[in-house]
Design a binder for this molecule. Sequence first.
Ligand code: PMP
Length: 427
Amino acid sequence: MTSKNEVLFQRAQKTIPGGVNSPVRAFRSVGGSPCFIERAQGARVWDADGKDYIDYVGSWGPAITGHADPAIVEAVREAALRGLSFGAPTEGEVEMAELICELMPSIEMVRLVSSGTEATMSAIRLARGFTGRDGIIKFEGCYHGHADSLLVKAGSGLLTFGNPSSGGVPADFAKHTIVLDYNDLGQVEDVFKARGNEVAAVIVEAIAGNMNLIKPLPGFLEGLRELCTKYGAVLIFDEVMTGFRVGAQGVQGLYGITPDLTTLGKVIGGGMPVGAFGGRRDIMNHIAPLGSVYQAGTLSGSPVAVAAGLASLKLVREPGFYDTLAARATQLVDGLSAAAREASVTFCADSVGGMFGLYFAQGVPRSYTEVMASDRDTFNRFFHAMLEAGHYFAPSAFEAGFVSAAHTAADIDATVAAARKVFGQLG
Ligand code: PMP
């Protein structure tokens, strides 16, 4: 029987580069044809061949209450009936802004955009406009969307100054991006000492989720906070992934650290395109039309997307939401770790809130270098065997995974049972 996924993939590649509209969907690093998804409900997705999977990608984070949550779908339907877009302000946007400010106390003012990329790109421009400085510090392996200044990664050296890692990023832009090692505060301190008056911002995935899951070492985030304050740089927590995912107040709530600016996306859109950046009022006052830093969007604050976001944020505020979510993630990582141990497979796993990391490595990685040393080939075999068995993990050894409130304890048990068999074949 011909697979409809494969037919669609062949067809897609003729008119869409790589057959996908976002590269990691293409299964490039794991090989094979991607699943073309036809529909999703709760913790499950169905592909074009009609096969269903327990889904641990969750649209890469937004689907925290499960796919096609009835309350979110209804909010979208109601909003759509009132009109799709007006290019004028709406009450929903005010409600959304008020809610974000209430839920994340470091945010005094917020601007809504349509993606995480726009949020981080705008936050960087704002930090530069506010400080009058050009330099930014980011960390290797942290992804902040695809704005030019942020598509710069380090090589493996101690400090790398501006090596573009994407084609098309002018070296003149890249030279302003200083790339350091995540969890190495000493490097940040050295850069600030040498050229602190050039640094507009430090942007960090406070818990990293784009090089698999990597948590900050004790003191790392606190140290960034102190250095930014000391040298007058803007501390930006990129919580596009972690916001309303690791807990009710994101990473900043977990660790009790107040960034100057925060970027959000994913969960705050409930599956529709919404991003946001916000923070200190004195900084946000520099955004147009109040100040000189320009930022705009035809569909920013889309009434339909905002309705989905408001419905999503309402659901995550229900008592006990994050306890259940974290319990599911813990059940998964504990179950997988035990199954791997039984089969003598080198494997470990970690989680925080509704986000988890799987590593084919001896210990949980704490740096980009450590995570890069994990066993990709074994991950790829695990990935495909699990997919075959109906369990859909992110198609890369370097992405975090997500559980939703729609995952039941029985779903997780089913995944662990399947993994036990797969580990048995890998060992
Ligand atoms: N920042 C982080 C931490 C992200 O995880 C992502 C997306 N994975 C982005 C920014 C970019 O968001 P978007 O894909 O919505 O542009």
